[in-house]
Design a protein around this ligand. Structure first.
Ligand code: ADP
Ligand code: MG
Length: 238
């Protein structure tokens, strides 16, 4: 589970077409990275998949079922926000449990899932602390924990590491890659950072002005860029 298919998806804000007709297939278990310059439509595309924005036309299917009209909660996808989206007054346990509380899961199931997520993320010793008592990396793990407990078909990340310092960012990249290996769940990861894309992705989707310039494995894009934009973008990391 976790196959996502976009067919002829478009998005207009007012009269401005931010996403021209776009087709994309993300396979079950794949780590897909959307990369491209600021303003190219990465977040919009992710929000369309999550259901946080409505498509203007076209369809989005999840595991072969049309999800185009579904509200976010019905899509079985979990968006991972930057760690500053945590509730500062709640313990780590309550932060992670929050989506399950909202969905009215029973307490035993909540406890089971929170404990399991905490174990995967090495947060077991921190469950009773508040976010303010954690390091930046630990806080980002709590934000990921909040997604894991929902047992989603896919995780959606929108530049989750952009407010961490450079050293921490490298560590968190590895942690997210390891998490992907362990869970084997589809992940879609948005970044404007070429190095992040090259090191984390199974499949890179290079975007420019809402269009897909090329889709392929990191090495494929590096060795056989389809055009100068891809060559320049992948070839010259900042
Ligand atoms: P990225 O995440 O790649 O930086 P975005 O998806 O945020 O790009 O934005 C793509 C384009 O859509 C930009 O031109 C941006 O100004 C525009 N845009 C994004 N969200 C909205 C919105 N809610 N209303 C109007 N324009 C928007
Ligand atoms: Mg963005």
């Amino acid at each position: 589970m976790g196959q996502i298919t976009l067919s002829k998806v478009t998005k207009k804000f007012g009269e401005v077409e931010v996403i021209p007709p776009l087709d994309l297939e993300i396979n079950d278990g794949e780590f897909a990275v959307f990369v491209g310059p600021s303003g190219c439509g990465k977040s919009t595309l992710l929000r369309l998949i999550a259901g946080l924005e409505d498509v203007t036309s076209g369809t989005i299917a999840i595991d072969g079922t049309d999800a185009t009209g579904l509200v976010p909660a019905k899509r079985r996808l979990a968006m991972v926000f930057q760690s500053y989206a945590l509730y500062p007054h709640m313990s780590v346990r309550k932060n992670i449990a929050f989506p399950l509380k909202m969905a009215k899961f029973d307490q035993a199931e909540i406890d089971r899932r929170v404990e399991a997520a905490a174990k995967v993320l090495n947060l077991g010793d921190y469950l009773d602390r508040r976010p303010g008592q954690l390091s930046g990396g630990q806080r980002q793990r709590v934000a990921i924990g909040r997604a894991i407990v929902r047992e989603p078909a896919a995780f959606l990340f929108d530049e989750p590491l952009s407010n961490l310092d450079a050293a921490l960012r490298v560590g968190m990249r590895l942690e997210i890659s390891e998490l992907h290996n362990r869970l084997a769940t589809t992940m879609i990861y948005v970044t404007h950072d070429q190095v992040e894309a090259m090191t984390m992705a199974d499949k890179i989707v290079v975007l420019q002005a809402g269009r897909i310039e090329q889709v392929g494995a990191p090495l494929e894009l590096y060795e056989r860029p389809r055009n100068l934009f891809v060559a320049g973008f992948i070839g010259s990391p900042k």
